[in-house]
Design a protein around this ligand. Structure first.
Ligand code: CXF
Ligand code: ZN
Length: 369
């Protein structure tokens, strides 16, 4: 019986309890978790910003070791170390075969249902089914997930660092490396320098951006942004960040801006600070009903601005996870530095609090295997 952190209902603290876990069915694998990052989206499920079926085992950013496989599984075998993808990517549906596996149709349904590909979850508590966030539920010592949610990695990568690849790194780095059109020498701005924003900075640097303007309200986060490659720091607490970016770019604005918070105001700011012909890339997850306003004539038409969403960093996980691991191994990609603190499962509610207070890039549950 694995121990897991369960969200019983909206606005209730997570409960750390023993749960039942069924074995893997065909096409599924059981993973003994090594580590799980605590992401803002987990908190968004708790506070109702992000709709996900409850009660559920939360957590969608993790890495571990395969300890059992169901019938027909060929991609991984027991003993393999894996990063878990929060989007199962089938490789066969319309989106997967049109260069958009991050929007896999099969995966999307399982995510929305909080279940495996057959639409049933493998966790239960006292006989009642418990959903699995993103077909995973990484806040558990052990889980069962689709084979297509796993990517094998080199066993030398520590789980606490590998786990972060599963959401924050793929999402942030991918937004810059895959979604945006960044050319060497470009100037970019990143609004929000938490776990995902820091990776957008790393991705922009890798793409050859010359100036990277980091924007946040916390100086501690701006200090980290500098460590991760930001060249200019803007504290948005007292002065309009758009005006500050205009000053830093001779009034032109940036080639590419990234919004990594999920608020209307910051989305509008990202759009406003993109130069004529520039791009605003939306990475943060806003409330479902949130809209934005765009002056069509001046901004879309005359200024040819683009606004583009970036879901899971437009990642193809089988291509991108190995690429990120290689960049980590050659010292280009910082992962260890993203881990602000390691905790046990019972520390998750406090990790939510410190995330809201802006104290951490990432708290990581270390299962100690
Ligand atoms: C979320 C989006 C909704 C499902 C889980 C992951 N993205 C980033 O944290
Ligand atoms: Zn996440």
């Amino acid at each position: 019986m694995p121990k897991a952190a369960v969200c019983p209902a909206i606005n209730e603290p997570l409960e750390v309890v023993d749960v039942e876990l069924d074995g893997p069915k065909a096409g599924e694998v059981r993973v003994r978790m090594g580590a799980s990052g605590v992401c803002h989206s987990d908190l968004s499920v708790v506070n109702g910003t992000l709709l996900s079926p409850l009660p559920a085992v939360l957590g969608h950013e993790g890495a571990g070791v395969v300890d059992a496989i169901g019938e027909g599984v060929s991609r991984v075998k027991p003993g393999d170390h894996v990063v878990l993808s929060f989007v199962p990517q089938c490789g066969f549906c319309y989106m997967c075969t049109h260069d958009s596996p991050e929007m896999c149709e099969t995966g999307f349904l399982a995510m929305a249902m909080g279940a495996q590909l057959d639409m049933t979850p493998r966790f239960s508590r006292d006989g009642a089914a418990l959903h699995q966030m993103s077909a995973l539920g990484t806040f558990s010592e052990e889980l069962v997930c689709p084979e297509i949610s796993t990517v094998k990695i080199d066993s030398s990568v520590p789980f606490t660092s590998a786990a972060l690849i599963g959401c924050g790194v793929l999402t942030g780095f991918g937004a810059a490396a895959n979604t945006a059109d960044i050319a060497p020498g470009d100037t970019v701005a990143v609004i929000g320098c938490g776990g995902v924003g820091l990776n957008a900075i790393q991705g922009a640097k890798w793409k050859g951006a010359e100036r990277i303007i980091a924007i946040d309200r916390f100086d501690t986060k701006l200090d980290m942004a500098k460590q991760f490659g930001a060249t200019d720091l803007v504290n948005a607490t007292d002065r309009d960040p758009v005006a500050q970016v205009q000053e830093l770019t001779a009034g032109r604005g940036v080639d590419v801006s990234f919004e990594v918070i999920g608020l209307k105001d910051t989305v509008q700011q990202a759009f406003a600070m993109a130069r004529r012909g520039g791009q605003a890339i939306i990475v943060g997850v806003p409330k479902m009903e949130q809209t934005m306003e765009i002056p069509i004539a001046m901004e879309l038409l005359v200024n040819e601005k683009q606004v583009r969403g970036s879901w899971y960093g437009s990642s193809d996980v089988q291509r991108d996870v190995p690429r990120l691991v290689a960049l980590y191994q050659d010292g280009t990609l910082k992962l260890d530095e993203l881990v602000s603190r390691t905790i046990g499962l019972e520390g998750i509610n406090d990790a939510f609090r410190s995330m809201e207070a802006g104290e951490v890039a990432r708290s990581v549950v270390d299962y100690g295997i």
